[in-house]
Design a protein around this ligand. Sequence first.
Ligand code: NAD
Length: 446
Amino acid sequence: MKKICVMGCGYVGLVSGAGLAQFGNYVTCFDIDKNRIEKLRNGIMPIYEPGLQELVEENSRAGRLDFADDLSEALNNCDAVFIAVQTPQDVDGNANLEYLYKAAEDIANSTAGNPVVVIKSTVPVGTAKEVAGRINDKFEERNLGYIAEVVSNPEFLIEGKAVKTFLEPDRIVIGCRQDEKVCTLMKDLYSKPADEGRELIVCSNETAETIKYAANSFLAMKISFINQMALLCGETGADIDTVAKALGSDSRINPRFLNPGPGYGGSCFPKDTKALVRTAEKYGVDMSLVREADDSNERHKEILAGKIAAIMNKNGVSNLAVWGLSFKAGTGDLRNSPAIAMVKSLYAKGLHIKAYDPKAMKEAEHLFKNNNFNIELSADMYKTLEGAEALLVATEWECFRESDISKVASSMKGNLIFDYRNILDPIRVKSEGMKYYGVGRRYETD
Ligand SMILES: NC(=O)c1ccc[n+]([C@@H]2O[C@H](COP(=O)([O-])OP(=O)(O)OC[C@H]3O[C@@H](n4cnc5c(N)ncnc54)[C@H](O)[C@@H]3O)[C@@H](O)[C@H]2O)c1
């Protein structure tokens, strides 16, 4: 059984830590946020992810997972230390690596041994080499005589399904210097999923770092493409759902990430596309496709918000209910949420907004208060509709998809439905005397 330390108990660190424990390793998770560690020790999850609480409890009970607020203690006798700290977007669009470099420095200063350093955070090509250099400088200062081994092991988990996608990954990418011992260690840590037939791709650090940005940028382009097609369908009378279905049934394309909506968000796609564009610029390569995917995504949210404002204005109404605030279903994460972008834009246009989200209410309250947005929050999805003249469905939560349309109609004061996730049945909505607006769908109200 290998011993691992995971630095950072956010979405990636906590899920990876619990997941690596589930794979049979002994894991200590460390975070600089002592409050977070205290809560985790008491079984309180800092984030919402289906199955996470159970996974943490099961592995803690089995003695394979614990939490530390002292790094030296967490690093004691470790075979590997995973860095899973944030790499947010910098003002110029580059990835901000200050947290990552600080974590690397903390390892170099605190460790007694020489664990393999595994970068799980999303970092631009060349970062592993830079981290190895920085750690080696510290090792030299400390006269330890160690040479750092740094592995690039980007994470592909999907928020909202993080546990499942970590435990059953499409592939595991291991970028390293092809050192026999390091490769064997990494294969050992992931032996469970590998034995279950999950693909292990062993490559150079540079290739691994590039794969992560290529994957996120490709998916972002797919989303921006289908959203532009949806806008075209909205103008021509074609039906985007049927277009997307036919596109997706082509095995070269595949149906995933072809759902039209308000655009992508979250903590990854917006920042990773921008960082890839910046990296390419540094090397004199034109990454215009990715840049345009990102620009188009920004414009898309504003186009959709503009449509709502125009239609509400035409109907002489100003009270809007919003269902869904998180950036997608299954998570309470509001980072770069297109729902929030639309709410902010519509609020600035003078609408009165009442909102509900199944998992992000606390985060939303905090966000609106900090930004001085006078947005009312309602703890009940149908009560949100009281007094509303229009409803915007902004996140594809299952409870909205399965909502009782008669109850929606009778709860609302007005009759405008903006289904910007294309999850309601337009015919059913119209049968209740309401006007239906989706994203590029047939049966929309003219
Ligand atoms: N969230 C996702 O869906 C996702 C998916 C794949 C990859 N990633 C990447 O993984 C990385 C982490 O993302 P996240 O969403 O988990 O971030 P997060 O903000 O949720 O968590 C980061 C955690 O690291 C802690 N931290 C910061 N500095 C530290 C240090 N020196 N030592 C110990 N802990 C420290 C913070 O306190 C925080 O708890 C990013 O690079 C991100 O791009 C994220």
